[in-house]
Design a protein around this ligand. Structure first.
Ligand code: HPA
Length: 238
């Protein structure tokens, strides 16, 4: 008996390319497919989590949404890596910046991902696992940023289970040099490590926890385009 279709992905392994770009938002998945991927074909739509496969500069690539939060990305990444033959997942998301050095539109390549989540406890390790990006994906993405002239930062981010944090504790992570906060990368990195696969989270700063900044619609569009282009160019190098 095959392991697919799964409860969350109604497709076959042939439907997916080895590399999947993964935004949080299903509508962003559709936007990427329609505007950046040639011949994009809808391969999954369970719960409206749209997945498409097509070509970028002649190379096959997929895009599928993760939904919000670590439990959600944990499901999709697990199924793609373990049941659909996917080798690389590149998250293309947004984050809030935690330091004065970063402003909206900046791009973070998440080398490491701190978390308040219990996700890694399932591995029953006698200590704390450090979720990290795949080095090959990370260096390829940094090279793509350089080539495209896109400003980027490489460092630690914080993957929180809480968007609304009653203790307002998020900014404490800045004391440790953590650059931004989002809600998915730690579970993605853990899932990739366990499956022996590759992952990278690229995040555009969409809001700041230290400045009162917000992106205009045009800035949002441009920064999204930069991040998606970097992710797609990275997929050509692996
Ligand atoms: N918190 C958590 N996740 C986020 C944020 C934030 O401020 N901004 C974008 N993703």
């Amino acid at each position: 008996m095959s392991n697919w279709p799964t409860p969350h992905i109604n497709a076959t392994p042939e439907d997916f390319a080895p590399t999947v770009l993964m935004p949080g938002d299903p509508l962003r998945s559709k936007f990427i497919a329609e505007n950046f991927i040639e011949g994009a074909r809808l391969v999954n739509n369970v719960r409206g989590v749209q997945g498409y496969t097509g070509f970028y500069k002649g190379k096959r690539v997929s895009v599928m949404a993760s939904g919000m939060g670590q439990p959600s990305i944990g499901i999709y990444a697990y199924e793609l890596y373990n049941f659909f033959g996917v080798e690389n997942i590149i998250r293309v998301g947004s984050c809030g910046s935690l330091t004065k050095d970063l402003h909206v539109k900046d791009i973070i390549l998440a080398m490491g991902s701190c978390t308040n989540s219990n996700f890694a406890s399932q591995y029953e390790l006698p200590g704390t696992f450090s979720p990290i990006a795949d080095y090959k994906l990370l260096t390829a993405a940094a090279e793509c940023c350089e080539k495209a002239g896109v400003r980027y930062y490489v460092g630690n981010i914080y993957s929180s289970d809480l968007f609304y944090d009653d203790a307002a504790s998020t900014l404490r992570w800045a004391k440790m040099g953590v650059l931004g906060v989002e809600m998915e990368s730690a579970a993605l990195y853990c899932t990739a490590a366990r499956a022996g696969k590759r992952a990278l989270a690229i995040c555009t700063v969409s809001d700041s926890l230290v400045y009162d900044e917000c992106m205009t619609a045009a800035e949002r569009e441009q920064s999204l385009t930069d991040m998606i282009t970097v992710a797609l160019e990275t997929s050509l190098k692996i």
